[in-house]
Write a protein that binds this ligand. Structure first.
Ligand code: ATP
Length: 580
């Protein structure tokens, strides 16, 4: 048995040191002496918790109860406790200052845990008073040093500065000889998210026991995280697989869903149980996932099915106000976009490649408007990524997440590695200025664009030579209305052959020609040298300048073609971009 006093004096020493190595040494010494049935509890307490991080038990006490209990034990009123807390900044110090009662029998760690769990779990009529009474009794029976840490534990503000990896280091040092052995424990922690369980298993069964810890339904797996890059061209280099998947990046809440028959549990990014907040997602998982048991990773988003657009993250977060969940769930239905499969029918999928996981996901989850696998493309080049990315932005998404398709593209629980790379709108350096360009041609529309144009050929004005020189073909950014209206709008400018003052290279020649008349505002990603376009044509190098990934912004009917962006301006933008 370990007394709570032993723990409290170790906490005091932990607080006094600023050296991480010393912290590990102190913890290792403490843990080495704790019996198997208490070692898990000690780990939770060191982290300021009562149970594993995902367990609701940690939310059952809180500041209000702690303040009322200290008041009761001190024979004063809660307002004086609050005032002292404002002055001292800490309920632990308040308890030490205000409570004069002599300590009772020594408290064991197991006793303290039992009482705190009872308090946290109390519910129903009169439970608030019962919680305060029980906690006051516990704090009153403690020594001043124990009171400090009991009060902090209850108030949820332990703040020893010890993280979960520090505890794993200490466990490795205590039972495996060196903290260098931490990686042997980390995997078990990453897939169980329960440090107490790992500690107990290590203490009782040694490393073989820890290695046997496997994915368990209703215990969250620590989520795999994404890296970021400075340039879109770095993505393929970094991921290091010739072909990658580019998935839509949703701006909602990360949700890991555990399906166990009809029993569904949902965990947030921080691994708290959020099942109660998403009754609709629970229903969709139950109805549409065809496997008996499964663990899915994905994002809950607010999708407006009427307008076909994603609504902002804040909309979804309004559901957090729990008491209104069912009401708000009707008003803001959540859609679950699933991007990974971690477990299915008894088998862990963590060590299967991403393509295998995705293929199996598609087998057990069809497409429904409320739940479906994330949309994506598979590509091997940067332009493919950029194109899909721009299409995502147009749909109101935040960006894309690129994922390795290599053989070893396993699900790395809890890790932030180069297998997943995010690319978001806030880091795309679009040209700071738009260009006003003249429409001089168009290609015929096919498929969905039959009856209108597929893209329009745009030119800048070369003032010195009084010529129009092409810069880009543009097919994106148009609304459906703009698009279907294109033939009507451009009809008056249509001519049979290439207009006089227009310079076009044969490979860029369009299906239809237009006299320079209509001016459009265009946003683009960057200006590059190109053999296709004639803007600032250099006859020796046979290259002009082109605008990459152009997008329609609006019509500039008030501008004449000669008032369009000039070739010289395009050249200046190109130079500026190089300097940056
Ligand atoms: N297709 C997807 N694949 C992976 N994650 C996605 C996807 N779509 C949306 N996400 C979300 O994007 C998050 C990562 O990027 P983001 O920059 O939004 O989050 P963050 O909180 O700043 O970073 P992080 O979660 O990586 O610490 C993921 O945690 C996940 O919730």
């Amino acid at each position: 048995m370990v007394t709570f006093a032993t723990l409290a004096s170790c906490f005091e020493r932990l607080e006094a040191t600023s050296s991480r190595n010393e912290m590990i040494a102190l913890l290792a010494r403490l843990l080495a002496g704790v019996p198997p049935d208490e070692i898990g509890i000690v780990c939770y307490f060191v982290l300021g918790e009562i149970g594993p991080g995902y367990s609701e038990v940690n939310l059952g006490i809180g500041e209000r109860t702690a303040a009322a209990a200290i008041a009761l034990a001190a024979g004063t009123d809660p307002a004086s406790v609050e005032a002292a807390a404002r002055e001292l900044g800490d309920y632990g110090d308040v308890a030490v200052r205000l409570i004069a009662a002599p300590a009772g029998e020594p408290l064991s760690v197991a006793d303290v845990h039992r009482t705190l769990s009872r308090i946290a779990g109390a519910s129903g009529p009169g439970s608030a008073d019962r919680k305060v009474g029980l906690l006051a009794g516990l704090i009153a029976a403690a020594t001043p040093r124990e009171r400090r840490y009991l009060s902090r534990l209850a108030a949820g503000e332990m703040r020893l500065g010890v993280g979960d990896m520090t505890i794993l280091d200490a466990l490795a040092e205590a039972f495996l000889g060196s903290k260098a052995q931490r990686p042997s424990l980390e995997h078990a922690y990453n897939i169980s998210s329960d440090i107490g369980h790992v500690a107990r298993t290590l203490r009782e069964e040694g490393l073989p026991g820890v290695r046997a810890i496997s994915v368990t339904l209703h215990k969250p797996i620590r989520p795999m995280l994404t890296q970021r890059v400075a340039r879109i061209s770095e993505i393929l280099e970094r991921i290091g697989s010739p072909v990658i998947a580019v998935e839509e990046k949703y701006d909602g809440e990360r949700i890991q869903a555990h399906k166990d028959g009809d029993d569904v549990t949902l965990f947030s990014r921080r691994l708290t149980d959020v099942t109660g907040q998403y009754p609709d997602i629970v229903r969709h998982v139950r109805q549409h996932v065809t496997a008996d048991t499964a663990i899915l990773d994905g994002e809950a988003v607010a999708f407006d099915h009427e307008t076909g657009t994603y609504r902002p993250f804040q909309t979804l977060m309004r559901r957090r106000r729990k008491y209104r969940v069912s009401e708000v769930a009707g008003e803001i239905p959540a859609t679950y976009r699933v991007f990974d499969l971690l477990y299915v029918n008894g088998d862990s999928y963590l060590y299967r490649s991403y393509p295998d996981r995705r293929a199996r996901l598609e087998e057990i989850l069809g497409r429904d408007k409320h739940i479906s696998p994330a949309d994506r493309i598979v590509t091997g080049d940067t332009d493919g990524i950029t194109e899909f990315y721009l299409a995502c932005i147009e749909r109101g998404l935040e960006g894309v997440v690129c994922k390795s398709c290599a053989e070893d593209s396993f699900y790395r629980a809890g890790a932030r590695e180069w297998q997943w790379i995010k690319w978001k709108s806030d880091y795309v350096p679009d040209l700071s200025d738009t260009l006003d360009l003249v429409i001089v041609g168009a290609s015929a529309g096919r498929g969905k664009r039959a009856g209108t144009y597929g893209s329009v050929l745009c030119a800048a004005y070369n003032h010195e030579d009084d010529l129009f020189q092409t810069v880009c073909g543009m097919g994106t950014g148009f609304s459906d209305v703009d698009l279907s209206d294109l033939p009507r709008r451009l009809a008056g400018a249509r001519v049979d052959r290439q207009p006089a003052r227009l310079m076009v290279n044969p490979q860029a020649a369009p299906d239809f020609w237009f006299a320079p008349r209509h001016v459009v505002e265009v946003l683009g990603l960057e200006i590059t040298e190109s053999p296709d376009h004639t803007c600032n044509w250099d006859p020796e190098r046979r290259r002009g300048l082109a605008l990459r990934f152009p997008r329609f912004v609006r019509w500039r009917d008030e501008k004449s073609p000669e008032q369009a962006t000039t070739a010289a301006e395009v050249a200046a933008m190109f130079r500026r971009q190089r300097e940056v």
